[in-house]
Design a protein around this ligand. Structure first.
Ligand code: PMV
Length: 313
């Protein structure tokens, strides 16, 4: 490898409340977790990703960013991830955020708003429909509240596809959370499209989306009060509503039901269909054991991880 130009890392995330509904303008709360994606960009004779030629079908996010940046030189892009890909823990957002940051850092200091916007537009173009939740939390780190109106602690805002989102900093108490990865890789785009069809066709789906928005607002109050009992109940309720929207799976339900006796609450996190669930618990060891016994892979995570940053070689 020739000269290293930049090394960055960006965190994965969990959505505590509000996934899917946020695509329709309802609020969502997300937190960065201590699983990071590392990205190194170096000069090279041809442009590659992890040693292979870049292809729009195999590497849509990286390909889109490289095209959008209009690079005039070839780059060797290498990524190493602690975030399981397709797990619903925001690995594609972390790739976008880390790569955009590495590229812009060559011209000027990393501007979180510029990174969050460029990374979001990449996700939205590749997936067809997306909210800025994942890319914003990976950029900013800690916790964020995405909402349809401006509140205190605004970080940035964006409109696209008839929706406007305001992204705010949201303080994250030290909650003990266990992620249960089902091992089933479920792409986000088709799940978001499925909910959109349901939403467009039925008042029932629109009511559920609104109900998820209401419980997310209530969850914000519980989070600020550090009320694990209240927050957990809302998480479980959110899972039931997401299941009615058709985005849970038998693997997710099996992990959620198994964790509930030892948790304040549990729910799928991210797009669903597979991917991961989260359990809010005081017994992380017990919950991890249940997840393993039920065929999942547990990760005890810490919330409130810092956002994207430049790393030293
Ligand atoms: O699949 P993930 O972890 O990237 O989560 C997607 C979250 C959704 O609300 C389903 C979509 C979005 O863009 O907000």
């Amino acid at each position: 490898m020739k000269g290293v130009l930049a090394i960055t890392s960006a965190p994965g995330k969990v959505i505590l409340l509000g996934e899917h509904a946020v695509v329709f303008g309802q609020p969502a709360i997300a937190a960065a977790v201590n699983l990071r994606l590392h990205c190194r960009v170096a000069t090279a004779s041809t442009t590659t990703l992890n040693g292979a030629g870049l292809s729009p079908s195999a590497h849509p996010y990286v390909h889109h960013i490289v095209q959008a940046c209009g690079l005039r030189e070839n780059l060797a892009i290498d990524t190493r991830s602690e975030i399981p890909s397709g797990s619903g823990l925001g690995s594609s957002a972390a790739v976008c955020v880390a790569l955009v940051s590495a590229l812009v850092s060559r011209a000027h200091a990393i501007d979180p708003q510029e990174v969050a916007a460029k990374a979001y537009l990449t996700e939205a173009e590749v997936q067809g429909r997306a909210s800025p939740t994942d890319t914003s939390v990976s950029t900013h780190g800690q916790g964020i509240l995405v909402d349809r109106s401006e509140k205190a602690d605004l970080l940035w805002s964006i409109s696209r596809g008839g929706q406007q989102w305001f992204i705010h900093h949201c303080p994250m108490p030290k909650l003990s959370l266990v992620v249960g990865y089902t091992g089933v890789n479920a792409p986000t785009g088709p799940l978001v499209a499925k909910v959109k069809r349901f939403y467009d066709r039925t008042v029932f789906a629109r009511d559920i989306v609104r109900e998820i928005g209401q419980l997310t607002e209530e969850g914000l109050t519980r989070l600020k009060a550090n009320d694990a009992v209240g927050l957990g109940q809302l998480m479980t309720k959110d899972h039931r509503l997401l299941a009615v929207l058709g985005v849970s799976s038998k693997e997710l339900d099996r992990l959620v039901e198994g964790c509930l006796p030892f948790s304040y609450g549990a729910k799928l996190t991210g797009a669903g269909g597979g991917g991961s669930m989260i359990a809010l618990t005081d017994s992380p060891d017990k919950v991890s054991e249940v997840i393993k016994r039920r065929g999942g892979i547990p990760y005890k995570v810490k919330l409130g991880e810092p956002g994207v940053r430049l790393e030293k070689e």
